[in-house]
Write a protein that binds this ligand. Structure first.
Ligand code: C5P
Length: 240
């Protein structure tokens, strides 16, 4: 793998507050990571300006708003995400096949091949079997993850967000072209923080991940740009 491919696999989680912080990180990390993840907290505080601030630094955006609503509402929200010019956006597969198909069709119709890639969240990694039982689901977490990943693929999604431990199951069920984006990744030099079921970047990429979402190991490093470079080097070393 060449250095650019390794860098492009890193999605930096912009878990920050406000535009000044975005500017700081996007300035330091543009060209050193493949994408910046804008999530619910940052989007709720700063709105589309957060996306535009990243783009002004030349960065690409994964808009992580995990839509889950009636098909028409999700399709219209996805269209707005696409109009912001983001490269990745996501929804909850639990919203069902019709919701995913309606969103995929709407975005394809307006944007064709220039559309963002659409991802589905299967079962949140914070959920356990007990969480599923509470809401009336009697299957195991693993069975649900595979079932929802297949449904997402059949409904026109380009990929899923998944725990590192689910990568191989999903890859086997959904084939080589289905995107797998995984958080819960910790480079060898970093603390685990509150992440429990972790893999190193090289392990996750070897297992089949296309993108790695990494926040604190880069954000908390004394030199975030150097940390991103070290992670890319770990990916390259593990995948040569
Ligand atoms: O700082 P850290 O690398 O743990 O950040 C990971 C990012 O991925 C955070 O934005 C977190 O919300 C997100 N995430 C996660 N685990 C999931 C889903 C999303 O850590 N299962």
């Amino acid at each position: 793998m060449n250095p650019e491919d390794a860098r492009n696999k890193i999605i930096f989680a912009l878990d920050v507050n406000g535009l000044a912080e975005i500017d700081r990180y996007a300035g330091m990390l543009s060209g050193r990571v493949g994408m910046f993840k804008v999530g619910k907290e940052l989007f709720t505080s700063s709105g589309p300006a957060a996306v535009k601030a990243v783009q002004q630094h030349g960065g690409q955006v994964f808009l992580d708003l995990k839509y889950h609503d009636i098909p028409n509402t999700v399709a219209n929200a996805m269209l707005e995400a696409a109009r912001l010019g983001v490269q990745l956006a996501n929804l909850h597969a639990l919203g069902g096949g019709e919701m995913m198909e309606t969103a995929a069709r709407a975005v394809q119709k307006e944007f064709g091949d220039d559309r963002p890639k659409l991802l589905a969240v299967t079962i949140l990694t914070s959920s356990t079997e007990a969480t599923l039982r509470q809401v009336g689901i009697e299957h195991s977490v693993q069975d649900m993850v595979v079932r929802l990943a297949r449904l997402a693929k059949d409904s026109g999604m380009d990929g899923v967000v998944a725990s590192p431990l689910e990568i191989e199951l999903i890859r086997a069920a959904c084939g080589p072209d289905f995107l797998i984006v995984t958080p819960g990744v910790r480079p060898s030099f970093a603390a685990a923080d509150d992440q429990k079921r972790i893999m190193t970047p090289a392990e996750a990429v070897s297992a089949g991940a296309d993108y790695l979402v990494i926040g604190r190991p880069i954000a908390k490093a004394a030199d975030p740009a150097a940390a991103a470079q070290l992670i890319a080097a770990e990916i390259m070393a593990g995948c040569s």
